[in-house]
Ligand binder design. Structure first.
Ligand SMILES: Nc1ncnc2c1ncn2[C@@H]1O[C@H](COP(=O)(O)OP(=O)(O)O)[C@@H](O)[C@H]1O
Ligand SMILES: [Mg+2]
Length: 340
């Protein structure tokens, strides 16, 4: 650990984000969207990032591959190491090579990424060609087609040949998302970053897609950075949970530690908001209030205004992550309340 309580990224980490701060420069002023975020993902590990809408999850995901709008976004500090290489200093050309070939990405809304005039198959072919270029290989076009169709079959799509030749408008939302996941993983990336991949889909399709991603993880030894506002989704998929609030990490640890012994009042609120199977009559308690305006971030703990435990220290001093157990860190001055 460093003096500030952060766990040092271990050398076996594939991805390690180290005290990353990101601001947006808007007409109204500087918005502090990420404040000293540190997290590491090891090879084969699945890490979930959870928090309400607006907490900075998508900005974090996009910052990894340099996808933030360069006109307004500023990296204000820290680094992002991919297998030891600082991606914040990498040229766009290098980032384009890493995208798809080493790190795959999937976002919430497939329609934003699928052009209605291109067939599903053309996306897969483009991803295969990119992979081959990066690896200095060439392949025959009928082999590429065969590989794409085989992959669609493996992802549980019946009639993959027809799907290959279909346009996005002819496919359901779930099928479109499967196409994008297929395009993201065809290069056999070491890490898949999935940002709310099932949020736009109904629950049955959501379960199928999550199941499909789990299968890919075990089959391909891929690491996963899964982002969701839904703690239920994160808990079903991830070994480790990182809880974000208003651009900061408030708690992180193994799934068992965070779910069985949540310490931060925000984490406890999120857990209370997940409906339990078999208890449909249980009323779900939301967390009153809303995320602070990050144009003027609060001086102390960013959660203080919504926290029943907040006192004057919380309003003036920002807590840093402190270790609670082997695999558990919390940023709260009232962490001892959890033992009571
Ligand atoms: N391009 C942008 N310009 C200005 N502010 C932005 C931009 N993109 C995101 N933000 C702000 O950053 C914060 C975090 O957004 P986001 O990462 O999308 O949240 P999440 O994915 O957790 O819902 C929000 O306050 C949002 O308004
Ligand atoms: Mg988002």
């Amino acid at each position: 650990m460093t003096a500030s309580g952060h766990i040092e990224p271990s050398s076996k980490s594939l991805l390690s984000i180290d005290r990353l701060s990101v601001n947006f420069h808007t007409f109204e002023g500087k918005v502090s969207v990420l404040d000293e975020i540190s997290l590491a993902i090891a090879s084969g590990e699945s890490v979930g990032i959870v928090g309400e809408t607006g907490c900075g999850k998508s900005v974090l995901a996009k910052s990894v591959l340099g996808l933030l709008p360069s006109r307004t976004a500023r990296y204000a500090g820290g680094g992002i190491l991919w297998k030891g290489e600082n991606l914040l200093r990498a040229p766009q050309r290098r980032l384009r090579r890493i995208r798809g070939a080493e790190i795959g990405m999937v976002f919430q809304d497939p329609m934003t990424f699928l052009d209605p005039l291109y067939t599903a198959g053309s996306y897969l072919l483009e991803a295969i060609v990119h992979r081959d270029e990066v690896n200095g290989r060439t392949s025959a076009s009928h082999d590429r087609r065969g590989e794409a169709i085989a992959l669609l079959g493996r992802l549980g799509l019946a009639d993959p040949e027809r799907i290959f030749d279909s346009y996005p408008g002819q496919l359901s939302g779930g099928m479109r998302q499967r196409i994008l996941i297929a395009a993201a993983i065809v290069g056999r990336p070491r890490l898949l970053i999935a940002d709310e991949p099932t949020t736009a889909l109904d629950v049955t399709v959501q379960a199928q897609i999550l199941h499909m991603i789990s299968d890919l993880l075990t089959g391909d030894e891929m690491s996963l950075m899964l982002i969701s506002h839904d703690l239920g989704v994160i808990a079903s998929m991830c070994q480790r949970i990182v809880v974000m609030y208003a651009g900061t990490i408030v708690e992180s640890g193994s799934k068992a530690a965070v779910l069985a012994n949540p310490v931060h009042p925000y984490t406890r609120g999120l857990i209370n908001a997940v409906p339990r199977l078999g208890y449909p009559q249980r009323t779900i308690k939301g967390i009153p209030g809303q995320i602070p305006n990050l144009l003027k971030p609060p001086q102390g703990c960013r959660f203080a205004a919504r926290c029943a435990l907040a006192d004057s220290r919380c309003r003036t001093e920002a807590p840093t992550l402190e270790r609670r157990g082997v695999s558990h860190e919390v940023a709260c001055f009232h962490a001892e309340h959890a033992d009571a």
